[in-house]
Design a protein around this ligand. Structure first.
Ligand code: DER
Length: 229
């Protein structure tokens, strides 16, 4: 499967950037899962030493424990050297839409704190303009879902409450909130819409990440071979 191959390759490339002694932000999603696995492999081989991870979700926490990456919290550290995380869309200015895994609230805290934020995506995530394919995930406190839905419609969005797949009813985030995915026809000014969304009473965090990504690693398959650029 070329997409899986691309994700594995780009996860490995990101894991190779982690230096011994680092504090590492551990992202969420299937691509970052490979990076976490390969960081674990490097620790096991002894090639990488003395790192601690800050997870961005229960998923990252479970994977870090599975692959032997020691964990810490934001109360115990004063900086993050490198964060590795995925994205649902990347535009030419390295602005992102994240939140496909409903983890964007903790991801945004960790990814913005990191001195170096490495985004790992397969080629299918690249877009000319944010919002072309993926709706913007918005984490909302449950009591405000209806007024926030109304406010998003007034902004010209098409909001939809995210329902669970292996869970009946709405998705519940790691913070105990719900997620509304809102599709906009065009997002011409991501920086501005990001501020507007977070200013709606009841909204905790949205999945637009501007001026945050330092490096975007793109995994693709060319002539059957995985390449990373
Ligand atoms: O939830 C997130 O922001 C994740 O990073 C996600 O959007 C990317 O997940 P994927 O690597 O499984 O596509």
């Amino acid at each position: 499967d070329p997409v899986k191959l691309s994700k594995q390759e780009v996860g490995k490339a990101a894991a190779a950037l982690v230096q011994s002694g680092s504090i590492v932000g551990l992202g969420t999603g299937s691509t970052t899962a490979y990076a976490i696995e390969f960081i674990g492999d490097r620790l096991k081989s002894g090639e990488l030493k003395d790192i601690v991870g800050v997870p961005t979700s229960f998923q990252a926490e479970v994977l870090a424990k599975q692959y032997g990456i020691p964990l810490t919290t934001l109360d115990a550290i004063d900086h993050i050297d490198i964060a590795i995380d995925g994205a649902d869309e990347v535009d030419p200015q390295k602005n992102l839409i994240k939140g496909g895994g409903a983890a964007h609230t903790r991801e945004k805290v960790v990814d913005y704190l990191a001195s170096r934020f490495i985004v790992v995506v397969d080629g299918g995530k690249l877009v000319d303009r944010l919002g072309s394919v993926f709706p913007v995930p918005v984490e909302v406190i449950p009591m405000a879902v209806t007024p926030v839905t109304l406010a998003l419609k007034k902004l010209g969005g098409k909001p939809e409450l995210r329902m669970g797949v292996k869970k009946a009813g709405p998705v519940i985030t790691d913070q105990g909130n719900m997620v509304i995915d809102v599709k906009f026809d065009t997002i011409d000014d991501p920086e501005n819409i990001e501020k507007i969304l977070n200013n709606i009473p009841g909204v905790l965090e949205n999945g637009i990440f501007v001026n945050c990504a330092d490096v975007v690693l793109v995994g693709e398959v060319k002539d059957g071979q995985p390449v990373v650029r």
